[in-house]
Design a protein around this ligand. Structure first.
Ligand code: MCA
Ligand code: AMP
Length: 504
């Protein structure tokens, strides 16, 4: 039997060699075969080498979904570089931090995002080159020098993926080639993903869900994907009606929109082999409504940037609503008491910990943050609260970490509070997530005013240019005081309850 590839790029190259003419990617009416995408990736690698990129140096991908994104991703790995995927909604504040922290040397961007990164370029001495897709990329690729790529080892660093933290500024999660390959193998095995599959992928490639599940699974299994620039419910519905897709992956907000779309239509898509939901909780009522409307049970799974995919409902067997199933093959999970860190018995709620070849190496240049999340036996604390049933199904019931998930995007309250705190006229602020039908949770700010004339518009206006729009509070509520405990810490759950009561 052929040995399992050590990296995604190795798996991809095997398919490019064994089935060069096989379609790999469809985008905007174009088709890319494995050989075609390999050609573009190899040229990108040669161009990076021509610019003097050394193994281990960082290349940022700050562009929308496109074949160029994926060619540059594979090409960076072929050149021995490390990819830093960057959320396309990020603004100057976030960009400056990430590029500086990771010491990015080259950035591939597109026309829409270029002004944003140019705006902070002068503050980033290590950022030597910005390349824009189109003519500039063609010129860059024209300088490629031929070289014999060396396949990365499983211990080599592949990706630094930025994930926000409780302290405000985001941290880079270091994923090795071996982590990526091991998780893709586990996902393909669990979901029976084969070369015959055809995925409709509308998730952004800069996040784990789109890149490390959608694209990695495709490259690992030798399958094909139709990639869209973004999700759009009516278009996706049409595509599902007429397409040859076998799989669709989405966040709960996408499923909610697809169901609303279905309500106004007679015709239903024919069954797919697999619908998967993740990144945020799918409510049992949404699960059941989807089954009624589409005649299929969504497979819900649970993941994290630091660990890629952790838990999954079964492919065969019961997909239990409100649960995220059991560990993927070759991976472990357990529930521990938050204080004692001792494993808990079935049904008891504690923190979920995971262990296995998929778990990341640590946070980029933050050994202390890394040691906080690992114990001496290699268990990683996810910061998610949950329990496991007698028959092995995990349920996520809350979070030990302060995190708001809006439409599958993570928002750390501290990061938003730090922006609002410096807005003139603000005395104090607490940011919480309130329930929202469309996005699951909505970012909400409770503000104590110093200036009685301060308006909600002025607070949100203040966000411009600083941080991504989806982090901006959808509601700003003025309060007289923030509830605090004896140590002076703001009681977030009380703030949240108070705001929910006000809304109700
Ligand atoms: C866009 N907007 C949002 C969000 N998305 N606001 C709050 N929450 C959001 N998620 C804002 C925009 O800034 C804009 O604001 C307005 O909504 C309309 O923008 P548009 O681009 O039309 O957005 P949309 O169509 O409403 O987007 C919804 C979406 C998108 C398609 C669900 O949010 C999305 O693609 N989410 C997926 C995120 C994802 O891939 N997460 C995986 C993370 P304004 O009108 O003010 O300008 S990986 C992960 O979590 C782990 C590993 C896992 O388990 O998968
Ligand atoms: P990220 O840091 O963007 O990788 O987001 C990871 C977080 O998303 C996890 O720690 C969970 O809190 C959340 N998450 C992912 N999948 C699910 C799910 N199926 N149900 C509930 N929460 C989820």
């Amino acid at each position: 039997m052929e040995k399992q590839p050590y990296s995604i790029v190795e798996a991809f190259l095997r398919h490019a060699e064994n089935a060069p003419e096989k379609p790999c990617l469809h985008f905007d009416g174009e088709q890319w075969t494995y050989q075609g995408l390999h050609g573009r990736a190899g040229t990108f690698a040669g161009a990076l080498r021509a610019r003097g990129l050394q193994p281990g140096e960082r290349v940022a991908l700050f562009l929308g979904n496109s074949p160029d994104f994926l060619a540059a991703y594979l090409g960076t790995h072929l050149a021995g570089g490390v990819v830093v995927p960057v959320n396309t909604q990020y603004r100057r504040g976030e960009l400056q931090h990430i590029f500086d922290d990771a010491g990015v040397r080259l950035c591939l961007t597109d026309g829409e995002r270029r002004p944003e990164i140019e705006g902070v370029h002068s503050a980033l001495p290590e950022l030597e080159t910005i390349v824009e897709t189109g003519e500039e990329l063609d010129t860059f690729l024209g300088d490629a020098e031929p070289f014999e790529p060396e396949l990365p080892g499983k211990e080599d660093l592949a990706v630094v993926a930025y994930t926000s933290g409780t302290t405000g500024r985001s941290k880079g999660a270091m994923l090795l080639h071996g982590n990526l390959a091991a998780n893709a193998a586990a996902v393909c095995e669990a979901w029976r993903w084969t070369a015959d599959d055809h995925l409709l992928l509308t998730l952004p490639l800069f996040h784990t869900h789109g890149l490390m599940v959608g694209a990695h699974g495709t490259f690992f299994s030798g399958a094909s994907t139709e990639l869209w620039p973004k999700f759009e419910a009516a278009g996706v519905y049409e595509a599902l009606l007429g397409g040859s897709f076998t799989m669709f992956f989405g966040v709960p907000t996408m499923y909610a929109r697809l169901m609303r779309e279905a309500e106004g239509r007679e015709e239903r898509p024919r069954p797919l082999r697999l619908y998967v939901s993740g990144s945020a909780a799918l409510s049992p009522s949404a699960f059941e409504e989807f089954e009624e409307l589409f005649g299929e049970r969504i497979l819900e799974r649970y993941g994290m940037t630091e660990t890629i995919m952790n838990l999954t409902n079964p492919y065969h067997g019961e997909r239990r609503p409100g649960t995220v199933g059991a560990p993927f093959p070759g991976q472990e999970a357990r529930v521990v008491d938050i204080e004692s860190r001792q494993p808990l018995s079935a049904g008891k709620v504690g923190e979920i910990e995971v262990r296995g070849p998929h778990v990341f190496e640590g946070y980029w240049e933050r050994p202390e943050a890394t040691s906080e999340v690992f114990d001496e036996h290699g268990w990683f604390s996810t910061g998610d609260l949950g329990s496991v049933s007698e028959d092995g199904y995990y349920t996520i019931s809350g979070r030990a970490k302060e995190l708001i998930i809006s439409g599958g995007y993570n928002v750390y309250p501290r990061e938003v509070e730090e922006v609002i705190e410096v807005c003139p006229g603000v005395a104090e602020v607490a940011v919480v997530g309130l329930p929202d039908e469309e996005y699951g949770e909505k970012v909400t700010a409770a503000v104590v005013r110093e200036d009685p004339d301060l308006t909600a518009e002025r607070v949100t206006e203040f966000f411009r240019d600083e941080i991504a729009n989806y982090k901006k509070p959808r509601r700003v509520v003025f309060v007289d005081v923030l509830p605090r405990n004896a140590l002076g810490k703001v009681l977030k759950h009380e703030v949240r309850e108070g705001l929910i009561q006000q809304e109700g």
